[in-house]
Design a protein around this ligand. Structure first.
Ligand SMILES: [Ca+2]
Length: 244
């Protein structure tokens, strides 16, 4: 069948195929740590206009891996803009598969899973990498309740843990604008209570974040200091959306 002259069909497709996809850690921390797994991603997009003049764009995402797909999360956002006489329709989406829950993280219902690394002292980057290897991330405090959890865990190991422990925020631009390891301004996390006199940028080189044992409150410390640290396995992983 020959389509009529005014019936134009456009067809295009894109397939993106990644094998042994490397899942990077937050780029804001430099090279970070990489975990490798066999994973295949396919994305196909097809657009056409039918005989009644309706444009249809269909897209299909297929993801295969050995990872469990339980508790996956789908986020879709769309916008419709007009600028300079050009109309644009924009769709942004994310499929989030949480890592396996680390077996040695302690659950505090409604708040999160945590592990306190108090036995060995490492730098901020090493602490972040260790948390990532375990399937978690450096802890981010989002509420007073969560700060109390951190403080209570700390109290169990107060001597071994030392007076300061890294958590997941830092001075991104060395301009006193602290953000989480995911780039969220610290003032938007839901908990921003500094220890008395902090942040003081002692010695002019305190660009990473910590929690203080005795108060459970926040302070700045040197990124190359060697400290204990708190890892967290987030219940929602909702903050990952900010990376899209
Ligand atoms: Ca300080």
């Amino acid at each position: 069948m020959v389509p009529p002259n005014d019936f134009k069909v456009m067809f295009f497709w894109i397939i993106l195929l990644f094998r042994k996809l490397a899942l990077s850690q937050p780029s804001c921390l430099g090279s970070g740590d990489f975990s490798k797994e066999n994973k295949t991603l396919e994305l196909s997009i097809m657009g056409h206009r039918n005989q009644s003049g309706h444009w249809t764009t269909q897209f299909l995402l297929n993801e295969e891996s050995q990872q469990s797909h339980q508790n996956w999360k789908l986020d879709l956002k769309h916008t419709n803009n007009q600028y300079g006489g050009v109309n644009s329709f924009h769709i942004k989406g994310a499929v989030i598969l949480p890592p396996q829950i680390p077996h040695d993280y302690e659950l505090f219902p409604g708040i999160g899973y945590y592990k306190f690394h108090y036995g060995s002292k490492v730098t901020f980057q090493e602490a972040s990498s260790t948390c990532n290897r375990e399937g978690g991330h450096l802890a981010i405090i989002n509420s007073l309740q969560e700060s109390q959890v951190i403080k209570n865990i700390y109290a169990r190991h107060s001597e071994a843990g030392g007076p300061w422990s890294f958590i997941g925020f830092y001075d991104q631009n060395k301009a006193r604008d602290f953000v989480t390891i995911y780039g969220q301004p610290l003032k938007e996390t839901g908990f921003l209570t500094w220890h008395t006199g902090e942040p003081n940028n002692w010695g002019g080189k305190q660009f990473c974040g910590c929690v203080i044992r005795d108060s459970g409150l926040l302070a700045d410390v040197g990124c190359e200091d060697k400290l204990s640290f708190f890892c967290e396995y987030d219940l929602s992983w909702g903050s990952l959306w900010n990376n899209i």
